[in-house]
Design a protein around this ligand. Structure first.
Ligand SMILES: NC(=O)C1=CN([C@@H]2O[C@H](COP(=O)(O)OP(=O)(O)OC[C@H]3O[C@@H](n4cnc5c(N)ncnc54)[C@H](OP(=O)(O)O)[C@@H]3O)[C@@H](O)[C@H]2O)C=CC1
Ligand SMILES: O=C(CO)COP(=O)(O)O
Length: 341
């Protein structure tokens, strides 16, 4: 039995689908799980209904999950905090949170994205703010990533993820905190590899969705997953990540899940684009975040000055931000100069 380390109190910052699912996992391990949401009326609804109707319908919140809209209340007396807000809102949330963190707290990002304005990953944002607040030697940061649709995790469907921290001992401690009978956790020290693979798989999932929306078949999807993985690995290794990470749960694992799974919001955006709809209309209708849209811009801006070949990224960028026709983008990908694999 691997379900170890029952702890008193943990906090989940972000009451969307993934935050609520993680709270459900942690509720089996912790005495109290504080679940922070940014909108008071949503938190009130969680308190009254004991269900997140908007983001994770059908899952009953156990009694030890305490929804709150007061971030001080959420992080007070709490050693482990899991951050699960959309990447574009993380900086402002973390800025609010930092002065309130207990001495020696550990903040685990379960967010998959790269910030538009700074091109930073979530742990880079944390490191920057912690330094500004002179708390870099006090607070530890980590990442949770892997193939994990919120709905399936909350339903207790067997799932495996990876937790990364530069300090292996802390990653191994967090393993024991998050693991349950159905939620298996691996440890890693390759924080950059986990964050880059997690963010970039969403771009490839949009591409896979586009091809599905255009009516292409399994051959196309398999090619995209394989060449997408090459592209993600190329950038990750350039940024200092370990090659092996891209063949693990956060790399190949999440790429396969998101490029093939009907629950993926990123693949959904791609499918609708492939069917001919406009991005703005698709996003306006969605209740949840599709991180790949913003991340495509971040990674495009990040790689432009670098000499790194990212052909799928470039085509997804052109479709999302330059209104390129989807079928023309696929045609251009296929017409590229022939290569050695
Ligand atoms: N869902 C999944 O299966 C998985 C998601 N992830 C990652 O988790 C992260 C969160 O995604 P997910 O929970 O799915 O997204 P959702 O869209 O389901 O929920 C996002 C949550 O963040 C809230 N939010 C929006 N803006 C802000 C803000 N400015 N400040 C604070 N909170 C805000 C939303 O509130 P409201 O809607 O009420 O405004 C909502 O509660 C993403 O990076 C995603 O890639 C990772 C693995 C699995
Ligand atoms: O990251 C996810 C599963 O691991 C969720 O993917 P989507 O954001 O595309 O739904």
């Amino acid at each position: 039995m691997t379900v170890k380390n029952r702890i008193e109190r943990v906090a989940v910052i972000g009451a969307g689908s993934w935050g609520t699912a993680i709270a459900t996992v942690l509720s089996r391990k912790a005495g109290t799980v504080m679940l922070w949401g940014h909108r008071e009326e949503h938190v009130h609804q969680l308190v009254v209904d004991r269900e997140n109707r908007k983001h994770l319908p059908g899952i009953v919140l156990s009694d030890n999950i305490i929804p709150t809209s007061d971030i001080r209340d959420a992080v007070m007396n709490t050693e482990i905090i899991c951050a699960v807000v959309p990447s574009h809102s993380f900086r402002s949330v973390f800025e609010k949170m930092t002065p309130l963190l207990e001495h020696r707290a550990i903040v685990v990002s379960a967010i998959k994205g790269v910030e538009n304005s700074t091109l930073m990953t979530m742990t880079q944002i944390m490191d920057q703010i912690l330094k500004q607040e002179q708390r870099q030697n006090d607070i530890q940061t980590a990442v949770l990533s892997g193939p994990s649709f919120a709905k399936e995790v909350a339903q207790g469907i067997p799932t495996a993820v990876t937790i990364g921290c530069k300090d292996l001992k802390i990653a191994q401690y967090l393993q024991t905190v998050f693991v349950t009978e159905t939620f298996r956790v691996y440890a890693s020290t390759d924080v950059m590899g986990l964050e880059i693979s997690a963010a970039l798989k969403n771009i490839i999932a949009i591409a896979a969705g586009i091809c599905d929306g255009l009516g292409y078949g399994m051959n196309t999807r398999a090619a995209l997953i394989t060449r997408g993985l090459t592209e993600i690995t190329r950038l990750g290794v350039h940024l200092g990540a370990e090659r092996e990470t891209f063949f693990g749960l956060s790399g190949l694992g999440d790429l396969v899940l998101t490029c093939t799974g009907d629950l993926s919001r990123n693949r959904f955006v791609g499918m609708e684009l492939g069917r001919g709809r406009k991005l703005v209309d698709i996003l306006n209708e969605m209740k949840m975040v599709a991180e790949g849209v913003k991340t495509t811009k971040s990674i495009y801006d990040l790689t432009r000055p670098l000499d790194i070949e990212m052909p799928i990224l470039e085509q997804v960028y052109a479709i999302l931000y330059e209104d390129k026709e989807c079928s023309l983008a696929v045609k251009d990908l296929l017409a590229r100069e022939l290569k050695v694999e």
